[in-house]
Design a protein around this ligand. Structure first.
Ligand code: ATP
Ligand code: MG
Length: 608
């Protein structure tokens, strides 16, 4: 391809719309343009990158025996109603774009495809003889993200590879899960990415075991906690740890303390010399459901610990499926209760700033559309305190030396706290958690039978029984991966694509296009590299050499051949983008020498 024909529109300055380096560089290099919030045009250069990533993904998926397919993006609400996800995905903070067709039927644009594929499996898979089977597709997904940002990192329309496997039993699922784990590691490695696998929360998708693949980068939205021995790694959403021991509170009875204007843990500690670990803090939150009244929550945590909202949502989700729960419908969201909301329920004000775990249900009596009982939850770091400080449930009053026995019924301890860097590890308390930031590029799940049961996808076992299929699902953010690669591979001059996913592998730059010798030698090299199957660019523009070098650096072509004054003697310069290393070579020997370097790089970092 000739640069003059490339529609290359590069920008000299950082665009105002971009906050992180990879986003700036993709805009500046003419890879993407924003069309709407979270919606991008993939320009020809980026499309080549995406095609190369897709080719690697396909190669590795095909090697596992998975079958490529293409499912509709327009999905009937009915399927999502059957799985119980329609309300959660369309109401509240739901992320599914949805619409009504001319017949008044509800449809959604696919954010993911469990429902569609499970309905197909119900139709197509009848016998254990057909199992296991794994289907994958590469296509655009739609999610009305609450905070679309960072370009392709969190888009509202983005490209995903998603795969779904079906099995006769759990061990077959575990086998495929392990095979997919291996394929994922090869995919990221072949794309030139340094990715780590960590334990993950299964989120709204559901299921048990799940693992995320994180590209480590400062700009990552996820916090990863790992042990220095490398044996433990988890997304903070999911991570467990041992909290530091509390500072014991010496007290043998409970006294009331006047605490005017001391509403926060910090204010209370500063005024009375308490350690935050001696305090039980109480949060009042409201869980909203697709149907039925909202549920007030009373959550107790040790004062020095933070709530993990994902663990809390999971706890409320599993409570919903128990007999004790009066609620129906999916969990929509959980947010702190505000004084205004309390007033709107017709209730007396709650003692915010002096809340204690013994706040009675009487404070909810007569609520307009809330359950009139708290769901009481507490983290073990709080429930294991013998004596502690907590709010007295009356304004400007706290209790010092309170105990759970005196306060009344002790809530069931449940892991709700966020693991922190520095915490001791569960697998080996001599190890401590370290934090780093990551970009989630892939996620694999053992789904189990949640969807097959809901959508009645059964098969006949060898013994002749009807059983629900076991399922796994496996995602890769293809467009996010492209940008993550830039986040990991760039310098102050621009992008440094790994050869395996670079839009072009090589650029031939005649320093002075008006010099006939240079021009001819450049053309000749260009033609011979093309003939050798190299993705080669020829910068045939009449720009100054400096401009051309700058553009080549910005768009990140891994290898550059400069045809300059040495052309008369048949000498050219070969420059490696990532290292900047330069060498003079005879043009006649160049194609053979460069091919020897390029071919293994093209396949990616890993040997097959
Ligand atoms: P996240 O936690 O980042 O919102 P997710 O857990 O919702 O992602 P999955 O449902 O596991 O994502 O989707 C599979 C993959 O698709 C993710 O690992 C990620 O790489 C990619 N992905 C998810 N959401 C987006 C998005 N809004 N823009 C770009 N890629 C995305
Ligand atoms: Mg995920």
């Amino acid at each position: 391809m000739r640069v003059s024909r490339l529609l290359l529109v590069t920008l000299r300055d950082d665009p105002a719309e971009a906050d992180i380096t990879s986003h700036k560089l993709l805009l500046r290099g003419g890879y993407i343009r924003r069309v709407a919030s979270g919606v991008y045009a993939y320009l020809p250069l980026l499309w080549r990158v995406l095609q190369k990533i897709s080719a690697i993904v396909r190669d590795e998926m095909d090697r596992t025996g998975a079958l490529e397919t293409l499912l509709p993006q327009l999905q009937p609400a009915e399927l999502w109603q059957r799985s119980g996800r329609w309300a959660g995905y369309t109401d509240g903070e739901g992320i599914m774009f949805h619409l009504e067709d001319r017949q008044g039927r509800q449809l959604g644009l696919g954010p993911t495809h469990e429902e569609v594929i499970t309905a197909l499996a119900a139709d197509l898979l009848r016998s254990y003889r057909q199992l296991p089977v794994n289907l994958y597709q590469i296509q655009s997904k739609f999610r009305d993200e609450i905070r679309p940002r960072f370009g392709l990192m969190r888009g509202r329309e983005f490209i995903m590879k998603d795969a779904y496997s079906f099995h006769a039993d759990q061990s077959s699922l575990q086998e495929t899960y392990a095979v997919m784990d291996g394929a994922y590691r090869r995919i990221f490695s072949r794309c030139g990415l340094n990715a780590v696998a960590v334990e993950a929360d299964s989120g709204a998708i559901g299921g048990s075991a799940s693992q995320e693949f994180m590209v480590t980068a400062e700009a990552g939205e996820d916090l990863i906690l790992t042990s220095s021995d490398g044996l433990y790694g988890a997304n903070q959403e999911r991570a467990v740890s041992i909290a530091p021991p509390p500072v014991p509170l010496v007290a043998n009875q409970s006294l009331t303390l006047a605490t005017p204007d001391q509403k926060s843990i910090e204010e209370l500690s500063a005024a009375h010399g308490f350690d935050p670990s001696q305090i039980v803090k109480v949060l009042v939150l409201l869980a909203r459901f697709a149907e039925g009244p909202a549920q007030p929550l009373l959550v107790s945590l040790r004062g020095d610990q933070q709530l993990n909202p994902v663990k809390l949502a999971n706890a409320v989700g599993s409570w919903l499926s128990t007999a004790a729960s009066p609620g129906t419908g999916a969990l929509l969201d959980i947010n702190p209760i505000t004084p205004a909301q309390v007033a709107a329920q017709g209730l007396a004000p709650l003692p915010f700033g002096s809340l204690g775990p013994h706040l009675g249900d009487a404070s909810l009596a007569g609520a307009r559309d809330w359950q009139a009982r708290f769901l009481r939850l507490a983290d073990p770091t709080a429930t294991s305190l013998e004596r502690f400080v907590c709010g007295a449930n009356s304004p400007d009053r706290h209790l010092v030396g309170a105990s759970w026995d005196e306060l009344g019924e002790q809530p069931t301890p449940l892991d709700l706290r966020a693991a922190q860097p520095g915490d001791a590890c569960v697998h080996d308390p001599s190890q401590h958690l370290e934090s780093s930031r990551g970009i989630e590029v892939g996620h694999i799940f053992q789904l189990g039978r949640k969807y097959s049961e809901a959508l009645e996808a059964t098969f006949t076992t060898e013994a002749g029984n009807q059983e629900a299929l076991w399922m796994g699902c496996y995602g890769i953010g293809v467009s996010r991966l492209a940008q993550a690669a830039v986040e990991q591979h760039h310098d102050s001059h621009g992008i440094c694509w790994p050869v395996s996913i670079a839009p072009f592998e090589l650029i031939v730059v005649p320093a002075n296009i008006d010099d006939a010798t240079q021009r001819q030698l450049a053309e000749q090299l260009y033609t011979s590299f093309q003939a050798a199957g190299v993705d080669v660019l020829l910068d045939d523009r009449t720009e100054r050499a400096g401009v051309k070098f700058k553009d080549a650096d910005l768009i990140g072509i891994p290898w550059r051949i400069v045809v300059g004054r040495g052309a008369a003697e048949g000498q050219v310069e070969l420059v490696e983008r990532s290292s900047g290393s330069k060498r003079e070579l005879a043009a006649s020997e160049l194609p053979a020498q460069l091919l020897e370097i390029l071919l293994p790089q093209r396949r990616g970092l890993l040997a097959p």
